[in-house]
Design a protein around this ligand. Structure first.
Ligand SMILES: NC(=O)c1ccc[n+]([C@@H]2O[C@H](COP(=O)([O-])OP(=O)(O)OC[C@H]3O[C@@H](n4cnc5c(N)ncnc54)[C@H](O)[C@@H]3O)[C@@H](O)[C@H]2O)c1
Length: 403
């Protein structure tokens, strides 16, 4: 059988609508073989609708969300791919979960709802993709990890930054047959960006609902650190505060209490040292990873600066001294994929969600990896509260977590 390249994305280009189905070969799209329901169709749920439909091996059948605006957004996404059709709107979480016509559930609701919704969703036995962070606190994260470990269907966690072109290329270069930097010794990660965007009910302004910023957003970076370190974290020290964003912001009688800056240091069992630097009151997005190994230095970044003379984009540089090649490149997916959300990472995550359902092994994040990302994040938040180093083993023991 020919392994000839096919283009899912060019196949969606309306210029080719005149080609009859039977004449499509390079532009042939697979007939969708799976159906998913989306639970929670805010900004991320809508991205899941979009990329599922773009990817093409599955389709979205229905949605459940208490906010009519979110439903309308999901319908608009869906109609881009099926102008005559519409998503079924479910009346309840139970109806969406137990719909006998669907194979999978995508849960993209606010973080504090994840633990309750997962308990409902697993009754269906359907494949599950659960958005990150799996929960807002260690106890709930551990409960979800135990559920995920035992679950017979696919249980995938939405830590899809692994699939951003920058990090994916880095993973290829580091975890391939021969690491491009040798043995990694230090990891440095940076996220400098604009404040958190508005959300339905503003759940991300309150630690009770989001788990606070290091859990809510930075679990992505701790997941990447854990992946690159390739070992268990042993101790965490962090400093951080709510210095600028949403200070004094009130909603429904509660005052915002989330951090907007932090510096986190993590020591790993194998001697790797990592640090993470967060500033959320910058007027652009800038993300950077530096890996220093014993035979190379790799830096990769992503920037969106909103300026007229824009220098928005991605980059990757590898320096390896004077006896080996070095290189400079611009990791990227095809434009339509790259612009579909999170630099195409969510699209790639969906390719592997379907592959997981088909029984093909993939590097998507597991419940255990979802838990470890929260262990580091919540240990960092604990360290900030106490002003002390948090020893991971003591921290896990104190929380009755045995992994
Ligand atoms: N993987 C990523 O890169 C990424 C990016 C953004 C958000 N997220 C995650 O996705 C989830 C949703 O975030 P968002 O940014 O889309 O928020 P959002 O506020 O835009 O959307 C959340 C939606 O969930 C709905 N909702 C609330 N409670 C619900 C319930 N019990 N059942 C069904 N729907 C419910 C809300 O009405 C809203 O439409 C969060 O866990 C967030 O951390 C992940």
């Amino acid at each position: 059988m020919s392994k000839m390249l096919k283009s899912r994305v060019m196949a969606l280009n309306p210029r080719f609508n005149y080609i009859p189905q039977g004449d499509r070969h390079f532009l042939a799209r697979e007939t969708p073989k799976y159906k998913f329901n989306v639970i929670g169709s805010g900004i991320m749920g809508q991205e899941h609708v979009r990329v599922t439909m773009m990817e093409g091996r599955a389709t979205i059948k229905g949605v459940y969300d208490p906010n009519p605006g979110s439903i309308a957004g999901a319908q608009a996404e869906y109609k881009q791919f099926d102008p005559e059709g519409a998503l079924q709107v479910h009346e309840s979480v139970e109806a969406a979960c137990l719909d006998p016509d669907v194979d999978g559930l995508i849960i993209a609701t606010p973080n504090f709802t994840h633990v309750g919704l997962i308990k409902e969703a697993i009754k269906s036995g359907k494949h599950i993709m659960l958005e990150k962070p799996i929960a807002t606190n260690l106890q709930d994260a551990y409960t979800i990890y135990e559920i995920g470990e035992e679950y017979k269907g696919v249980f995938q966690v939405g830590l899809q930054y692994r699939y951003k072109p920058t990090y994916r290329e880095t993973i290829n270069m580091i975890m391939g047959q021969k690491s491009a930097v040798g043995d990694i010794k230090t990891i440095t990660m940076t996220e400098h960006r604009i404040p958190f965007l508005d959300k339905v009910d503003q759940w991300n302004k309150f630690s009770e609902y989001s788990g606070d910023t290091l859990v809510e957003k930075c679990c992505h970076y701790f997941d990447l650190m854990n992946l690159f370190a390739g070992a268990r974290p042993v101790r965490v020290y962090a400093s951080g505060s709510q210095a600028v964003n949403f200070v004094g912001y009130e909603y429904n009688g509660k005052t915002s209490d989330i951090m907007d800056n932090a510096m986190v240091v993590v020591d790993y069992e194998n001697g790797v040292r990592a640090n993470f630097n967060l500033c959320m009151f910058a007027p652009m997005f800038y993300e950077e990873l530096v890996l220093c190994g014993d035979s190379g230095y790799l830096k990769t970044w992503e920037k969106e600066d909103f300026l007229a003379q824009s220098s928005t984009g991605t980059g990757l540089e590898l320096f390896r001294g004077d006896d080996q090649t070095s290189l400079r490149m611009t990791p990227s997916y095809p434009a339509t994929i790259q612009h579909s959300g999170h630099l195409g990472a969510t699209f790639m995550e969906h390719i592997d969600f379907v592959n997981n359902i088909d029984g093909i092994a993939t590097p998507t994040a597991t419940a255990l990896e979802g838990l470890w990302s929260i262990i580091v994040a919540s240990a960092a938040q604990e360290s900030i509260k106490q002003g002390q180093v948090v020893q991971i083993n003591d921290y896990l023991q104190a929380n009755n977590i045995n992994i």
